[in-house]
Design a protein around this ligand. Structure first.
Ligand code: ATP
Ligand code: MG
Length: 567
């Protein structure tokens, strides 16, 4: 497993760009693109690709395009287009007027296919998909020529035209490149360029019933847009000869070059659109933006910031071999970001009532508290304190184990920003035996500004005032998958990942109490709940009840891993 931070400091793609600048290839132009297929929501792996492509363009004074590779209408949808646009913008990128759709090039692509036929470099083949697969051979076995590969140019032109006109059924014919059925590279064994698919396209409607295949469409899309460096993931390495073949066969000038890098895999999650779609469609999550999903929409709803995601993508680096990054490194990046910018507040997730017996019942004090000790400009706020408070259930223990420095009978703790209190007793629920409330006394001299303020006690607890606190629901998340290695799914053969789903990936606490300063906070706002982690206001919040998602807990296992590695 890759422990996150990349050791390599030079990005090999930047080196290629440096070289191209030196030789004045492309006259010094640098132009990259991000080409998603609109068949699902973007995930953190796509974020990696976006940051890499767009980041390289920016660093090198070049341009970048957002392009929808919408060549397969059967799986694509405008919902996905809209979500992708929203997500890329949110990540912080602006493609200006350079938003493109592969479907805008269908006519040009068709014309180029006609040129290939005229040059005897493509033919219409009537073999069934099954036969094509069989004829292709394998690594050890050369392929067999299709009996249709000797069709005349005229016959091919006629059949291809009729394919476009809708005369033939889906799957009955394809247009294939005529390359080399004995090539050691299977992709070069007369690959399919066009197929018949009578599906309505989300942009071109029913205008087309033949659609170009990725390997044919992609190099042309890059060429039309004057892309210089066509960066993609490693699984396309074996397709590069075909990428080049298409452009060379058409005698096109100033060819873009395809460069491959290792895709991002993360532990404890899945990262293919197909699997993510399955989670959504079969109801394992509430939607593409479920805060447990590794989608951009999910991470945003969870409370991740674009800065943290960009930082993560930068720090994991660019590699030429596949690896799996520990998801805890992503969590470390958001923690680092929120530590400096999230205001601190107090929230009690599992409330236990506490009565301060010697505190006047009708008194309310405003306790002053720093909003963020890491940020001197964040200011201060006042938090009401009164006789009846709530503390965290786990912060009281009737019979404390060793090293338990919180509240227990006869013990003292400090209440954050307030007084030192001493536990004098507790009351049980007679039926259940559960502890119902804790009784304490407070030391009036222990408040900030008073002589006893400096008095030391071992524990400090957060609290809310019963009369003033707001009700809230808090959703705690854990990893989607139990298995760390499932992230390597792209390299491994399919296991049933559904069996690996973490049954405890979501815990909902409905009776939480938060300090009153949080009244009316906007959806998407992020806070540190002291001692509990970082939280983000969920869109499910209503005017009666706030809903918070836990982004991450405070404990940074990543820091521990780094320290252990150093020792
Ligand atoms: P998935 O395999 O997750 O379904 P995809 O590759 O089919 O994704 P595309 O929409 O074709 O999705 O991807 C758009 C771009 O994002 C491609 O250039 C692809 O190489 C890149 N990309 C996809 N997944 C990752 C990843 N995990 N890490 C880095 N780049 C990725
Ligand atoms: Mg793809």
């Amino acid at each position: 497993m890759d422990h996150g931070e990349s050791k390599a400091t030079v990005n090999f793609i930047q080196e290629i760009i440096n070289q191209d600048k030196k030789t004045n290839k492309y006259n010094g132009r640098i132009h990259l693109r991000f080409p998603p297929e609109p068949n699902g929501y973007l995930h953190i792996g796509h974020a990696k690709s976006i940051c890499l492509n767009f980041g390289l363009a920016v660093k090198n004074g070049g341009l970048y395009n957002l392009r929808f590779d919408d060549t397969n209408p059967s799986k694509e949808d405008v919902e996905y287009i809209d979500s992708i646009i929203k997500d890329v913008r949110w990540l912080g990128f602006d493609w200006e007027d350079r938003l493109f759709y592969a479907s805008d090039y269908f006519e040009k692509m068709y014309d180029y296919a006609v040129s290939l036929i005229k040059a005897s470099k493509a033919y219409v083949c009537d073999l069934s998909p099954e036969e094509i697969r069989k004829y292709r051979g394998s690594f050890n076995e050369a392929g067999r020529e299709s009996s249709y590969s000797s069709r005349t140019v005229e016959e091919n032109l006629d059949l291809f035209k009729r394919m476009r006109a809708g005369e033939f059924a889906d799957g009955s014919r394809v247009l294939r490149a005529k390359i080399d059925m004995s090539s050691p590279n299977l992709n070069m064994r007369d690959p399919v360029l066009y197929r018949i698919l009578k599906a309505t396209h989300h942009r071109t409607g029913d205008k087309w019933c033949i659609y170009p295949m990725y390997d044919y469409a992609h190099p042309l899309e890059d060429y039309y847009e004057k892309i210089t460096h066509s960066v993609c993931t490693l699984e396309f390495e074996d397709h590069r000869p075909l990428y080049d073949w298409v452009l060379n066969a058409l005698n096109l000038p100033d060819l873009p070059q395809q460069i491959e890098f290792a895709r991002l895999n993360l532990t404890n999650t899945v990262m293919s659109k197909r699997k993510l779609r399955r989670l959504v469609e079969e109801g394992y999550v509430v939607g593409w933006d479920d805060p447990r999903m590794p989608t951009i929409a999910g991470l945003r709803r969870r409370g991740y910031t674009p800065e943290a995601i960009r930082n993560f993508c930068e720090r994991i680096g660019v590699a030429k071999t596949n690896s799996v990054v520990d998801i805890r490194f992503l969590e470390h990046c958001i923690r680092e970001d929120l530590n400096v910018r999230a205001p601190r507040t107090m929230a009690v997730l599992r409330p236990l009532k506490m009565v301060i017996d010697n505190y006047p019942g009708d008194m309310v004090e405003e306790m002053e508290s720093e909003n963020n000790p890491e940020d001197p400009t964040a200011g201060k706020r006042k938090i009401p304190f009164s006789q009846i408070l709530y503390i965290e259930r786990e912060d009281f223990c009737e019979d404390p184990p060793k090293k338990y420095f919180r509240l227990a009978p006869g013990r003292e703790v400090r209440l954050k920003n307030a007084y030192i209190i001493k536990c004098e007793g507790f009351v049980r629920n007679e039926k259940t035996g559960e502890i119902k409330e804790v009784h304490c006394t407070y030391d009036p001299e222990s408040k900030s500004g008073k002589p006893g303020a400096k008095r030391k006690v071992k524990g400090t607890l957060h609290w809310v005032s019963a009369e003033h606190a707001l009700k809230a629901e808090v959703r705690l998340y854990d990893h989607l998958l139990l298995d760390q290695n499932e992230g390597a799914e792209e390299q491994e053969e399919e296991k049933d990942f559904i069996k690996q789903l973490n049954p405890n990936s979501l815990e909902v606490l409905v009776d939480c109490l938060v300090e009153p300063s949080l009244a009316g906070v906007a959806c998407g706002s992020r806070y540190q709940f002291m001692r509990k982690g970082y939280f983000c206001v969920d869109p499910d919040s209503t005017s009666d009840k706030l809903v918070f998602n836990r982004i991450v807990s405070l404990r940074d296992t990543w820091d521990r891993i780094l320290k252990a590695e150093k020792n």
